[in-house]
Design a protein around this ligand. Sequence first.
Ligand SMILES: NC(=O)c1ccc[n+]([C@@H]2O[C@H](COP(=O)([O-])OP(=O)(O)OC[C@H]3O[C@@H](n4cnc5c(N)ncnc54)[C@H](OP(=O)(O)O)[C@@H]3O)[C@@H](O)[C@H]2O)c1
Length: 298
Amino acid sequence: MRVLVTGKEGQVDTSLQRLGDLTPGVEVVRLGLPEFDLSRPETLAAPVREARPDIIISSAAYTAVDKAESERGLAEAINADGPGELARLAGELGIPLLHLSTDYVFPGDKDGAYVETDTPGPVSAYGLTKLSGEMAIEKATDNHVILRTAWVYSPFGTNFVKTMLRLGETRDEINVVADQYGCPTYAPEIARALLAVAGRVVADPDPHLRGIFHLTGQGETTWAGFAEAIFAGAAARGRKAARVNPISTSDYPTPAKRPANSRLDGEKLRRVYSLTLDSWQTSLDACLDVLIGAKETQ
Ligand SMILES: NC(=O)c1ccc[n+]([C@@H]2O[C@H](COP(=O)([O-])OP(=O)(O)OC[C@H]3O[C@@H](n4cnc5c(N)ncnc54)[C@H](OP(=O)(O)O)[C@@H]3O)[C@@H](O)[C@H]2O)c1
């Protein structure tokens, strides 16, 4: 199976490349800038056709949530126009498209985890552009799987875990928001699920395998809870740990509004694909093992 992945240095595309290299029968081809620019959809057709993929995984995105508030046009082009054109090309080639979307399509006022049939209502420009991307894909081809994920971290690229470890080097105390709830998700786990889903949809035209699915690490926490677990893991590996000072969203104003609750329910993915991701705590341990090293023995 030849898998075209969009993005070249991102968390999920790098994880897909690494897993693909270890998986017999899978060849991952990563494409992005400078081969094409998602903000200029007309640049996509030639490299995509040339790659002769069996499936496209659309991972690349404009992911700077705060910056998107002032660059909405560019974010819309990258997160909606580009994926829409990718979906059109996938349809033309007769191949499936897997696309990553976000928990930030939801407003955050639900009591409980969001299911796929809940009505979206983004509260940020980023969320709006990602929802617009979902709609562009749905319009362009039925042969798609949209996987909404959340709070992505990994040893690669920029993410919350790496930021906390960096700040922990120099600070004794860090203020972290404690009233936003979500599901931290490990990019190598996303990659594992994506390749499993890809194998199924390439082989099976069943419409039940298509549509929207939620894909997150098991369990839930707040950013402050996540930070505490990161520093506990760092301390267990002999690193200096900062103390987490829980604060409220109103104490930490940002350009973009974020949902207070963006927990995603993964039951549909479990039922249809028999897929569940590891708990976020198990995956955090795996991530810290890579970033810092194994835990010190007592
Ligand atoms: N990160 C999260 O917490 C999170 C949460 C929910 C959903 N998601 C979704 O999950 C997916 C993967 O996220 P990630 O964390 O792996 O993203 P990431 O680390 O920010 O990587 C994004 C990738 O997209 C590429 N890209 C950006 N603009 C592009 C353009 N105009 N043309 C071509 N490529 C472009 C980047 O290339 P350059 O490095 O060259 O710019 C980079 O390789 C995204 O669709 C994102 O929306 C992420």
